[in-house]
Write a protein that binds this ligand. Structure first.
Ligand code: TZP
Ligand code: MG
Length: 210
């Protein structure tokens, strides 16, 4: 899992644009991993969106991850799943998905991050970086300082998430994150491709300097 700019879906930000057009524009700008995360979709809606994203990401050679739903990930042959602390354990996901699939875990502190590494996660999500209106039931803000602390204890890829805007990217990557995950900053942008391109360039610039 060597993502640099990770897009998480949020249909509430589409504003009349199609999911397909927004995802294609984001990938053109430099998104290299797409996560399907739609908490209020039915199973059928998830399956339909998952098939669409699988089609696009396969064509464009981008990683495709499904949030929470291991069954949907398997049904659409996603590259992996992203699990929360209360979802099925990592090993159960591996048992269901079979070999070669990516399993990411949401973490919020050093202890959860170290446990994720011990349990064999492929990467960790870490957040929130800032307060965000996209997810209201978040843990306390971790911020770039939290990334730095976690980086001192784990060698897994760290995908920072939560309230990240363009101006935050450089500091977060400098603090030791491998990638930034974004919902609203890219999906709600009036120029998705240009925003993604600038964010990707910021990540590339800082990672090149590491
Ligand atoms: N997990 C922690 S914060 C968050 C998720 C899914 C939402 C991030 O959305 P945004 O719009 O990038 O703040
Ligand atoms: Mg979850």
């Amino acid at each position: 899992m060597d993502s640099r700019l990770y897009l998480v879906t949020g249909h509430q930000f589409l504003n009349g644009r199609s999911l397909e057009s927004v995802i294609r524009a984001a990938i053109s700008g430099g998104v290299d991993c797409v996560q399907l995360r739609e908490k209020d979709f039915t199973g059928r809606e998830l399956l339909e969106a998952g098939r669409l994203i699988r089609h696009i990401t396969r064509e464009l050679h981008v990683t495709f991850i499904v949030n929470d739903r291991i069954d949907v990930a398997r049904a659409v042959d996603a590259d992996g799943v992203h699990l929360g602390q209360s979802d099925l354990p990592i090993q159960a996901a591996r048992d269901i998905l079979g070999p070669g699939k990516i399993v990411g875990l949401s973490t919020h502190n050093v202890q959860e991050a170290m446990e994720a590494e011990r349990l064999g996660a492929d990467y960790i999500g870490l957040g929130p970086m800032r307060k965000t209106m996209t997810k209201l039931d978040t843990e306390p803000v971790v911020g770039p300082a939290g990334v730095k602390k976690v980086r001192e204890h784990v060698s897994l890829p760290i995908v920072a998430i939560g309230g990240i805007k363009e101006d935050d990217v450089a500091e977060i990557i400098r603090s030791g994150a491998s990638s930034v995950a974004v919902v609203s900053a890219i999906i709600a942008s009036s120029d998705v491709e240009a925003t993604a391109r600038r964010m990707r360039q910021l990540v590339d610039h800082e990672r090149g300097a590491q």
